[in-house]
Design a protein around this ligand. Structure first.
Ligand code: GMT
Length: 376
């Protein structure tokens, strides 16, 4: 198949899933055309089946806001025609699904019929999308897509709750996935020794440090835990909360035990030395970062929201705590980190991650593509 992929080419989970899926499809022999305003971060090597078409956004003094959605739709039209694409797969409803609808109409007027597959990732539904300034467009574009996928059952239910969806069975759940060849525990003992010179346990939090990730809870739990078990904390990623979190460390006097590493590309190296991953999010449709941690044999403490209970099995791959319950997080962390429990939790984390191996999930997307092709 010749697949056009539209996504945010940034650090966020939806862009990562879109890119990894595109690369996996390319490895399977499909031709994959990324249509984005920048080269997706994880497209870092040459592949004969991968193409990149930049969306050029020109600004004019008249525009207060450059018309990105129109530029994207126009680019989709051109790429579909030039490259003779079979379908468009757009990730994140806003504005990708509506731009795809526009492109589809323009092409139809020229006698070219192209199906659109839309994947909902999370905040496009639970945060941004349900805002009244955008929700009519989101509802319409979901209904207008030929096939819609959601990354968890929870996200599907949120979509049905917040939007008027004509046929609920129209939304298929296809979870996030992980490449176990890349995300696997590596031997990085020297790195572990540098961070934890006295054999301390290592906690890790990775996110875009937005409020919704509740990294504050991680710091508060860590502050209590380090008095119970010698431990260190690594915070990976960057975002609007970073300064506040650093200040919090000063106030809590935990600076010597907490390190902020910023945005790292090779996160599997850091995960390889972790003992526990913390994801106390307020909203999380799936929790890709937690899955990547599990693949590196790191058990997870997560909140009980969104799709997290569909991924993290309480008492097996980690533990689930009520949202915002820092004491429960401390208690759970203490339990998991005991020497008699930790090896089992680590092994189970990997076992659970294997349920989401890329080779198991890509065929589900291929079926979704075939279904979409039947509809035009
Ligand atoms: O988590 C983020 O803030 C990034 C966000 C995105 O839209 O890129 O991630 C969402 O999509 C990921 C991939 O499907 C999911 O694993 C994340 O759980 C989801 N984030 C939220 O729902 C908050």
């Amino acid at each position: 198949m010749k697949i056009g992929v539209v996504c945010y080419p940034t650090y966020g989970g939806s862009g990562v899933v879109a890119t990894e899926l595109g690369l996996a499809m390319a490895r399977k022999g499909h031709e994959v055309h990324f249509i984005t305003y920048d080269l997706p971060t994880r497209v870092s090597f040459f592949n004969e089946n991968v193409f990149y078409h930049k969306v050029d956004i020109r600004n004019y003094p008249l525009f207060k806001y450059p018309p990105y959605e129109s530029a994207l739709a126009s680019r989709m039209v051109n790429v579909v025609k030039m490259e003779k694409l079979d379908l468009l797969h757009v990730h994140y409803a806003i504005p990708h699904a509506s731009a795809a609808f526009m492109a589809k109409q323009i092409l139809a007027a020229e006698g070219i019929h192209i199906p659109v597959v839309t994947t909902l990732h999370g905040t496009d539904i639970t945060l941004v999308g349900k805002d009244e300034t955008l929700s009519p467009v989101v509802s319409f574009s979901i209904n207008a897509s030929d096939v819609v996928t959601a990354v968890s059952e929870s996200l599907k239910q949120d979509t049905l709750e917040h939007f008027t969806i004509k046929s609920p069975q129209h939304i298929e759940v296809i979870p996030n996935f992980v490449d176990l060849n890349r995300f696997k525990k590596q031997t990085k003992e020297h790195f572990k020794k540098a961070i934890c010179p006295n054999g301390e346990k290592l906690l890790i939090h990775i996110s875009n440090l937005r409020k919704v990730k509740r990294a504050e809870d991680v710091l508060m739990a860590f502050d209590k835990l380090r008095h119970m078990i010698p431990s260190k904390l690594l915070i990976v990623g960057d975002g609007p909360e970073r300064n506040h979190l650093e200040e919090m460390c000063y106030k809590l006097n935990t600076c010597t035990d907490v390190r902020f590493l910023g945005k790292l590309q090779e996160i599997e190296e850091v995960l390889s030395i972790g003992d526990l991953f913390m994801m106390p999010s307020e909203k999380e449709s799936f929790g890709l970062a937690a899955l990547e941690a599990m693949a590196c044999e790191v058990p997870v403490i997560s909140s009980d929201v969104g799709g997290l209970p569909e991924l993290n099995k309480h008492g097996f791959s980690g533990m689930i705590c009520p949202l915002g319950d820092v004491d429960a997080m401390v208690k759970s962390a203490y339990h998991i980190l005991q020497d008699e429990n930790l090896p089992t939790f680590k092994a189970n984390a990997l076992t659970r991650a294997k349920d989401f191996a890329v080779d198991q999930i890509t065929p589900l997307y291929e079926s979704a593509y075939e279904l979409a092709l039947e509809k035009v």
